[in-house]
Design a protein around this ligand. Structure first.
Ligand SMILES: Nc1ncnc2c1ncn2[C@@H]1O[C@H](COP(=O)(O)OP(=O)(O)O)[C@@H](O)[C@H]1O
Ligand SMILES: Cc1ncc(COP(=O)(O)OP(=O)(O)O)c(N)n1
Length: 266
């Protein structure tokens, strides 16, 4: 008899060159031996040099995709990435409150190349309505600053922002990624009564396109297997570090990471 596979769902935008968004998420799920499903929010025309165009899927069609999935099979964990409009976020909120499963929100706002991927009013809805529904939220430094209003330059500022996330915004936990701070690449997991930080040497490379998507997708995959958030955080960090150390040098600009590089225990 075949053993049943853990299933993870991503609700996110596409990047046709496969470095970020849905394709990066599915590659990450697959490499962790988790069956991947997706509901697409936006089609972007982008590559390693930047974002050329964006087409947002009508909110009703996002609903149709989610309905197709949830009326057929229940994923074990779910993540969201680029959710461009408040209308789409409202649709998503209905599903994440109706069906209970670990939810990881990667609050994607701006691409590395500086392109706005979500509207300003969607940011307010994200902070006030969606974040409290998540098991964890994985902002980078700029996203954490935008959502909390705290300027972040060092570890103390990271702690101040985490306090706002937990005590004011009402998130259950937050993982603040330090990829854009100076020095070592340190990420911080804050739960109500605990703090865990994981550090790795900074890799001297500009090939970091899709690191945030990949990191949060691996965490989601581990949660789908029933791992704890701390265990998932450790695997996510080890996976992304290896994926950045062994970038495949694809494209003419800021290239993607290597989804085959990490060979850790499944
Ligand atoms: N140059 C680097 N060397 C090692 N790890 C990095 C590097 N850049 C980012 N990371 C790691 O990649 C993950 C994504 O971080 P970050 O770049 O801050 O997020 P985002 O991709 O959302 O902007 C984090 O685990 C971070 O520590
Ligand atoms: C469709 C799509 N989704 C997300 C991103 C941003 O990717 P992320 O991994 O958060 O960030 P970078 O590491 O690329 O900054 C994207 N570009 N496209």
């Amino acid at each position: 008899m075949t053993e049943s596979l853990p299933i993870a769902l991503t609700v996110a935008g596409t990047d046709p060159t496969g470095g970020a968004g849905v394709l990066a998420d599915i590659k990450s799920f697959h490499s962790r031996e988790v069956y991947g499903m997706s509901a697409v929010t936006s089609l972007t025309a982008q590559n390693t040099m930047g974002v050329q165009d964006v087409f947002n899927v009508p909110a009703d069609f996002l609903k149709a995709q989610l309905e197709s999935i949830f009326s057929d099979e229940m994923p074990h964990a779910m993540k969201s990435g680029m959710i461009a409009t408040e209308e789409m976020m409202r649709v998503l909120k209905k599903y994440v409150t109706k069906y209970e499963m670990p939810l990881v929100i990667d609050p994607v706002m701006i691409s590395t190349s500086g392109h706005n991927l979500i509207s300003e009013d969607a940011i307010d809805y994200l902070r006030d309505e969606l974040l409290p529904a998540a098991l964890t939220v994985t902002p980078n430094i700029m996203e954490a600053e935008k959502l909390t209003g705290v300027d972040i330059e060092n570890e103390e500022d990271v702690r101040k922002a985490a306090k706002v996330f937990i005590e004011e915004i009402g998130v259950k936990s937050v993982i603040i990624k330090g990829g854009h701070l100076k020095g070592a690449a340190v990420d911080y997991l804050f739960e109500k009564d605990s703090e865990t930080s994981l550090s790795s040497d900074r890799v001297d490379t500009h090939h970091t396109h899709g690191t945030g998507c990949t990191f949060s997708a691996v965490i989601t995959a581990e949660l789908a297997k029933g791992k704890t958030l701390k265990e998932a955080f450790h695997t996510g960090k080890n996976y992304i570090t290896k994926a950045i150390q062994e970038t495949p040098e694809i494209g003419r600009g800021d290239g993607p990471v290597n989804h085959f590089a990490y060979k850790g225990e499944l």
